[in-house]
Design a protein around this ligand. Structure first.
Ligand code: NCD
Length: 310
């Protein structure tokens, strides 16, 4: 496979809005015609290189490739690979590129997948780089919002929790800033506010309306989407800070009394305490559907990056 045609997904902006719409169309079609897609990746191999823990992202990619008739290999812990012997990421990627057709990687260092794609013969998909980006979670989120609300514009989107380290939030803001009439309600403790670089380079630059609050109830009645997130323990330097902030927001049934009847409640998962389990039965709770949707949109993405003719 030649380098010049290789497409990667490092940042959600590597895909145009039109391409995202097409991926959502394909994911919808796969949902209703799975058989049609079941052999399209026959003979292809996907490698999952996970240098950080994961359940959904890694297994949904593996499930996606298997449902397309392809095969998977990889590791879920750097300690079981030659990284533990001191091998550089560049060398690991060069070698693994010879064993597979596409690589999905998660790494604790911001920018690692970008470095990797410069060394790789095969497409690289960023499955999360530190507290930076998580574009395939965003595809899952957009697919879910489109399914539930039937639109990706004209929405008031509340993002609640760890907006500082939450990479899913960073990628989702970047993606949604390209749709019309989006207003963000940024709900976080003072210490976990959205980084200035995102406010300046994404929100202000594109004239996107947003407000910041430390009170999850202040705008509850206005929200079309409420995106809850976990406080990112692994990015804290100080355990006392984590313990102080981890239960800052807990969504429960009672807090939803003032919310819209057609609110969409999302969470990339894993949830710790941010959503109490009494919300799970509420019709507005979409986080498990969101996790299911991840497989189909990842199938669509693999097909696109492998340039499989549909
Ligand atoms: C998220 C992640 O890894 O950033 N998880 C996921 O991929 N679904 C969210 C999180 O870990 O809090």
């Amino acid at each position: 496979m030649g380098n010049k045609l290789k497409r990667n997904l490092i940042d959600i902006k590597d895909l145009s809005v039109k391409e995202i719409d097409e991926l959502i169309k394909v994911a919808n079609d796969i949902t209703s015609n799975e058989d049609k897609y079941s052999k399209l990746c026959d003979g292809k191999i996907l490698a999952t290189l996970f240098f950080e823990p994961s359940t959904r992202t890694r297994l949904s990619f593996e499930s996606a490739m298997m449902r397309l008739g392809g095969k998977v290999l990889g590791f879920s812990e750097a300690s079981t690979s030659s990284i533990a012997k001191g091998e550089s990421l560049r060398d690991t990627i060069r070698v693994i590129g010879g064993y597979c057709d596409i690589i999905v990687m998660r790494h604790p260092k911001e920018g690692a997948p970008l470095v990797a794609c410069q060394k790789s013969k095969v497409p690289i998909i960023n499955a999360g780089d530190g507290g930076h980006n998580h574009p395939t979670q965003t595809l899952t989120d957009l697919f879910t919002i489109q399914k539930e609300k039937k639109r990706l514009d004209n929405l008031v989107v509340g993002l609640c929790g760890d907006l500082k380290f939450g990479r899913t939030v960073h990628s989702l803001i970047s993606a949604m800033s390209r749709y019309k009439n989006i207003k963000f309600i940024l709900i976080s403790p003072e210490e976990l506010k959205l980084p200035d670089y995102i406010k300046e380079e994404v929100l202000d630059k594109n004239n996107i309306e947003y407000v910041e609050t430390t009170d999850m109830m202040e705008y509850m009645g206005e929200l079309d989407v409420l995106y809850m997130t976990r406080v990112q323990k692994e990015r804290f330097f100080n355990e006392a800070d984590y313990i102080r902030l981890k239960d800052y927001f807990i969504l429960n049934k009672e807090k939803l009394n003032s919310a819209k009847k057609d609110l969409v409640i999302m969470h990339p998962l894993p949830r710790i305490n941010e959503i109490s389990i009494d919300v799970d039965d509420d019709e507005r709770a979409c986080y498990f559907k969101q996790a299911d949707n991840g497989v189909y949109i990842r199938m669509a993405l693999i097909l696109k990056l492998l340039e499989v003719k549909l």
